[in-house]
Design a protein around this ligand. Sequence first.
Ligand code: PLP
Length: 198
Amino acid sequence: MREHALTGVTVLAVTKTIETLQIEPLLATGHRHFAENRVQEASEKWPQLRAAYPGVELHLIGALQTNKVRDALRLFDVIETLDRKKLILEFVKYKELLGKKQFYVQVNTGREPQKAGIYPEDADAFIAEARLCLPVTGLMCIPPVEEDPSPHFQLLTILARKHALANVSMGMSSDWQKAITAGATHIRLGSALFGARG
Ligand SMILES: *Cc1c(COP(=O)(O)O)cnc(C)c1O
């Protein structure tokens, strides 16, 4: 299913803090690509929504604790925040749940200590290691808020090409045009679709 044939870019509707009643109109139009940043919140909304609207692809775009890995696999189709060895080791314990899952490696392109993601200089080794154990199909980044995101987006695309990874998740409501220019395959839109979060 390709909803955006013009560009080939998939819009992930980011539904964190958004109530089911506000999500349903988008589902009713046929949109099926969504993202949440917290396992707990997703578990409160998405089992019911999935039952009512088949074909949803749900991405996890927030940091994941190892004790939530099993729940994450139950809820999400794509885990975009793989960024450390501990997580790899935890995921491989649930081989039976990995069937149709996809993983993106999160890269901390701005090397921000408070932010999740593998540092760029460690990315080659980490991607290679992760692929030995898990179906890694893409990369994801969240550039520093105070900087021009374009160099960060370009870095992520270069890394993805280098590793022949098909999916590049980058760009949010404020910078998605730049992300598409730099090669995004998935943009993550929250406020642009639902308005400012309270
Ligand atoms: C919230 C969030 C988004 C969407 O942000 P907007 O600025 O509302 O579009 C995208 N990616 C991640 C990782 C997020 O946490």
